[in-house]
Design a protein around this ligand. Sequence first.
Ligand code: NAI
Length: 487
Amino acid sequence: MPQPVEAHVQALVIGAGPGGYVAGIRLGQLKVRSLVVEKDQPGGVCLNVGCIPSKALITASKYFDKLKHGADMGILGDNIRVDMTKMQAWKSDVVGKLTGGVRQLLKSNGCDYLAGTAKLTGPHTVEVRSAAGPAVGSPGVDDGKPRTTTVHADNIVLATGSRPIEIPGFKFDGARVVDSTGALAFLEIPRRLVVIGGGYIGIEIGTLYAKLGSHVTVIEALPAILPGTDPELAQVVARKLRKLEVDVLTGAKAKSWVDKGSHAVVTLQTGDGDKGESVQIDADKILVAVGRRPNSEGLGLEALGVRVERGFVPVDRSMRTNVPGIYAIGDLAGQPMLAHKASREAEVVAEVIAGHRAEMDVRCIPAVIFSDPEISTVGITADEAQKLGRKVKIGKFPFAALGRAIANADTDGFVKVVIDAGSREVLGIHVVGNGASDMIAEAALAIEMGALADDLSLTIHAHPTLPEAIMEAAKASLGEAIHIVNR
Ligand code: NAI
């Protein structure tokens, strides 16, 4: 029989992703006695099977692709090839460095960590089932047996994240049909990869395998890839996908697949109803990336009356649910499902629990798609601004006119700055181009601080660097660009 163990903390955090572990660190800093419970690995989806491993493989595939096409730069290499086992080992090393650091950070900030599965059994009580290992608060006790720990907590923070959505006919089997986790762990480069869903994940992972040599087909139900992204930006990525010989089938729905032993055959439907056509595609692997759903089941929320809407747990600006003492952050608390949004909410919830006044009061949350070229956006688009009744001016600057981009041999894309025509306030900055992921920090700061186009334009930007494109686009919005003709 497992030994029952009891503990009391001021705050218990369920989940150790970029929401939960950041909450734990900040709670520790604020001297709130806290415990983070995690049923899997510390670091959550982002560090273990999402943002970090995908960026590791995207970087490796980019270097491979650049070297293969380096002849124009005078780089000549024969027989450049990929050792996928080694690439995966390197990726795991990258992940290990970061996840190992999470527990260390929690510890050094005075926050306890417990491996186990948590379930709420009362508004201030959580039961944690652990496979084995030390009991919370009793580091010496490790009899190697599973145990249940009852934790009494003044406050409970739900930070359980999200998981990939499955679609009918494409059950994840870890062999032919995989989710993003499976696709980031391939030990062989699939000869033919079918990607269902042309969103963030489908395009990032599809591009990486296309660069490593797979023939990739993307099946997207809507009329264009990356729905929700300014079409002018998404088109630049679509053009590059064509160059990489990725087949992008839009307005197409994946219906079913059959295993033919040596490979799979995917059936998809293009067009609507009678006008539709059924198409078959051979595949070695099928990646399903049609969105993610929050992990709100099995936590005991319904029994406690915690409101759950379409899987999400609604919260106010201080991350409070409808039940006092219970909070939710990150993917579970709603869109956008982004790690950096979860981390900011984690800081807010820690401050609130520590008794400070804090709110999720941000003007903007940047978003990055690690496609080729990268897309990053912050603030609103010109269309959105006009719908809000604002008159706007737009300044655009192409990377083809920027010294650094030319020297990088990466000239696809542009920066678009949207400003209020009257006040000149910066409303949105939208970048498509390699390096966009790093450039968006300046843009987010500008909008967060209520900067005017003049602030970006008059700030001296180091030369030759990519962020000069933001300065030039801001100048262009004022009709004062230097390195392009103003229109
Ligand atoms: P997504 O919502 O970005 O894209 C899913 C796509 O699948 C949509 O374009 C949708 O129209 C399409 N689709 C849905 N059902 C389909 C069907 N039956 N057949 C064909 N197409 C279908 O979802 P994704 O890519 O799975 O990513 C999930 C979330 O993870 C993102 O929304 C984002 O919040 C997060 N994420 C963020 C990243 C980043 O910040 N760089 C990278 C990867 C994921």
